[in-house]
Design a protein. Structure first.
Length: 258
């Protein structure tokens, strides 16, 4: 059995996982962890060049990985990417890791930025779920979908109206699809992390007032790690979660337990 580096034993041999937003960040870490657990990977990114390094890492581990270009905001591009992925091997896991954020006071935020965040985080997740499910249903198989939500999908926070709106909606979409697709063998769940220590968040935490405010809201008193999010994604994608669907799994140190 393949072993996840943190000690979580997950065996995904024979599975084919699609990961969107796989060019970097948490999504790329999820892709590598899925490969370590034995799954074949299709890495979906707006630019295949960004995901090439991830593909090479997976291959160096002895795994299989293919690239597919798609902007998740474009339904046709996503459908083409899923069809291409299915041509390599039957699809069984989808991790929706694509997304972005634009922060700032709502009064100052442009409508274009609001639409960009919602289109990437919500509409992109919808497009990927729909295209993936169509391929799975075509072969009458079973599958697991893991959407990337956030603690901001359960609470509010100043300067993040667009992001909060998009992630609240991702939670609703996850539950609706879970109910709709449970009878055909497709589980749909989401992971909802707190702030995670990544190169993208590092500049944010250089603001001591912001860092103190975030830590004050987390009962466990620390920022999350990428590995902790990856472990939750692996669990929901694995047979260990075979009776779990429609769940939003918080990886937030207790932020939303207040």
């Amino acid at each position: 059995m393949a072993m996840f580096p943190d000690g979580l034993g997950v065996d995904l041999r024979g599975q084919h996982a699609v990961v969107t937003g796989a060019g970097g960040g948490i999504a790329s870490a999820c892709a590598v962890a899925l490969a370590r657990a034995g799954a074949g990977l299709t890495l979906v990114a707006r630019s295949s060049a960004k995901a090439e390094g991830v593909r090479r890492e997976i291959v160096s581990l002895g795994g299989q990985a293919w690239l597919a270009e798609a902007d998740v905001r474009d339904a046709d591009q996503v459908a083409t990417a899923m069809s291409s992925a299915a041509g390599h091997a039957p699809l069984s896991i989808l991790v929706n890791g694509a997304g972005l954020n634009r922060t700032g006071p709502t009064i100052d935020q442009s409508p274009e930025d609001f639409r960009l965040v919602v289109d990437a985080n919500l509409t992109g997740t919808y497009h990927a779920c729909r295209a993936f499910a169509a391929e799975v249903l075509h072969r009458k198989g079973s599958a697991a979908i893991v959407n990337m939500s956030s603690q901001m999908g359960r609470v509010g926070y100043p300067g993040r109206a667009a992001y909060c709106a998009s992630k609240h909606a991702v939670n609703g979409l996850t539950k609706a699809l879970a109910v709709e697709w449970a009878p055909v063998g497709i589980r749909v769940n989401a992971v909802a992390p707190t702030f995670i220590d990544t190169p993208l968040t590092k500049p944010m935490f250089e603001d001591e007032a912001f860092r103190e405010d975030v830590l004050r809201r987390i009962p466990m008193g620390r920022i999350g790690t990428v590995d902790e999010v990856v472990a939750a994604v692996l669990f929901l994608a694995s047979p260990a979660a075979s009776l779990i669907t429609g769940e939003i799994l918080g990886v937030d140190g207790g932020w939303t337990a207040w």
